[in-house]
Design a binder for this molecule. Structure first.
Ligand SMILES: Nc1ncnc2c1ncn2[C@@H]1O[C@H](COP(=O)(O)OP(=O)(O)OP(=O)(O)O)[C@@H](O)[C@H]1O
Length: 331
C-alpha cells in the first residue's frame, strides 16, 4: 500500500433530500408519500496527501468541500469509494483514529458557550484520556502561541469571534492530532487576526509535521499556507497541483502595471501595441496590461521604448481572478 497519509479513491457522496410542493395539502400528503431528490455533492474524487503537507481544498459555494472533509473526519458515510487516513477508514470512527485527527469548522463551535474555555478543555481532556499534567502543558503551550491566557476563564459567549476561534483551535489541538481538517477557520475574522491564524498554522505545521487540509474562501490564506491546492467544482475534482501551476495552466502570462510620467497625454487610440500585449485598464497615469508568457521580453522592451515610465511591475494574475474565472467556467 502507498505510504501517503491520506488516500482517497473514487469517493462519492449522494444526499437524499426530501421534496414536497408548497401548501398544507402537500405537507399532509408528504406524511404518507415522501418524494426524494438526489444531490450528488461529491463525485468520484481521488487524491493522496503526504504526511506534513498543507493542502488547500478550494471550490465555489456548494462545490462539496465540507462534505468531503466530513467524510475524511468520519462524520459522514460515503455513498461509494474508499478513503484511508493515517491507515484508518475514517467512517469506522475507531477511537485510535479519532485521537489522531481533529476538525475545526469555522461556523460551528466545540467549546461550550456558557462556561469558560478552560472548563471545555478539561472536559475534552477527559474525553481523550489526557492526564491532567499533559493537558495543562498543552493548554499552556497553545495559549502562549496564540497569546490568549487572559481569556481562558471568561465564559465563551463573552468572547469576540477571534478569541472564540482561538479557543476552537486550542480545543482541536489539545491532544496534538496528526491530521487537521480546517474548514473556513478564518471566516469573519479581521485581516490582522487572519494573518495571526495563518502564522500560527504555518508554525504549528512546521513544528509538529501535522498534515493539514484547509478550505477557505480567502485567497490570502491559501497563498500564505498552501503550496498545493485541490480544486473541486460541482463535486468533481478539476485541479490538483501547485498554486503556481494553476495560474500557469489556466491564466498563462503576466500583468504589467505601469505608472507613467504626468506629462504623458497620449490617447489610447494612438498607442500601437505589438501582438501579445493588451491594455486591460487605464486609470490616468496608472495602466494595467497583459502579455503572453512568450512575449514578456518584447512587451517590456516595447513599453520602455515608447512610454515615459516612472514605475513598472511584472506580476502573475491575482489568484482571486483566476479562481473566479474557473468557478464561472470561463477557463
Ligand atoms: N446534509 C445535507 N443534506 C442534503 N444536501 C446537502 C447536505 N449538506 C450539503 N448538501 C448539498 O451538497 C452540496 C455540497 O455542499 P457542501 O456543504 O459540501 O459544499 P461546500 O463546497 O462546502 O460549500 P460552501 O463553500 O458553501 O461551504 C450542496 O449542493 C449542498 O446543498
Amino acid at each position: 500500500m502507498s505510504k501517503a497519509h491520506i488516500i482517497v479513491r473514487n469517493l462519492t457522496k449522494v444526499y437524499r433530500v426530501p421534496e414536497r410542493n408548497e401548501g398544507l395539502a402537500a405537507a399532509i400528503g408528504s406524511l404518507w408519500r415522501r418524494k426524494y431528490r438526489e444531490v450528488e455533492a461529491v463525485r468520484d474524487i481521488s487524491f493522496s496527501i503526504e504526511k506534513g503537507e498543507i493542502v488547500g481544498f478550494l471550490g465555489p459555494n456548494g462545490a462539496g468541500k465540507t462534505t468531503s472533509l466530513k467524510m475524511l473526519a468520519g462524520l459522514l458515510y460515503p455513498s461509494s469509494g474508499e478513503a484511508y487516513v493515517a491507515g484508518f477508514i475514517p467512517w469506522k470512527r475507531q477511537p485510535e483514529y479519532l485521537r489522531r485527527m481533529s476538525m475545526v469548522l469555522g461556523n460551528k463551535s466545540q467549546v461550550i458557550w456558557d462556561i469558560p474555555a478552560w472548563d471545555s478543555f478539561r472536559l475534552l481532556g477527559d474525553i481523550y484520556g489526557l492526564p491532567a499534567a499533559k493537558l495543562r502543558a498543552a493548554v499552556d503551550e497553545l495559549c502562549t502561541l496564540l497569546d490568549m491566557h487572559e481569556i481562558l476563564n471568561r465564559p465563551v459567549r463573552m468572547l469576540s469571534l477571534g478569541q472564540r476561534m482561538k479557543c476552537e483551535l486550542v480545543a482541536a489541538l489539545l491532544y496534538r492530532p496528526e491530521i487537521l481538517f480546517l474548514d473556513e477557520p478564518t471566516l469573519g475574522l479581521d485581516v490582522s487576526m487572519q494573518r495571526r491564524f495563518r502564522q500560527f498554522i504555518a508554525d504549528y505545521n512546521c513544528r509538529f509535521g501535522t498534515t493539514v487540509i484547509l478550505t477557505s474562501h480567502y485567497m490570502a490564506d491559501v497563498e500564505a499556507l498552501c503550496p498545493r491546492i485541490i480544486l473541486i467544482n460541482q463535486g468533481q475534482l478539476c485541479y490538483d497541483g501547485s498554486l503556481q501551476g494553476l495560474t500557469q495552466r489556466f491564466a498563462p502570462g503576466k500583468l504589467l502595471r505601469l505608472i507613467l510620467s504626468e506629462r504623458y497625454v497620449e490617447s489610447e487610440a494612438d498607442l500601437a501595441l505589438p501582438a501579445g500585449l493588451e491594455l486591460l485598464k487605464r486609470d490616468g497615469v496608472t495602466w494595467t496590461l497583459r502579455t503572453s508568457q512568450q512575449d514578456i521580453l518584447t512587451s517590456v522592451s516595447h513599453i520602455l521604448r515608447h512610454l515615459p515610465i516612472v514605475d513598472l511591475t511584472v506580476e502573475d494574475p491575482p489568484l482571486e481572478t483566476v479562481i473566479d474565472q474557473m468557478y464561472r467556467g470561463e477557463i
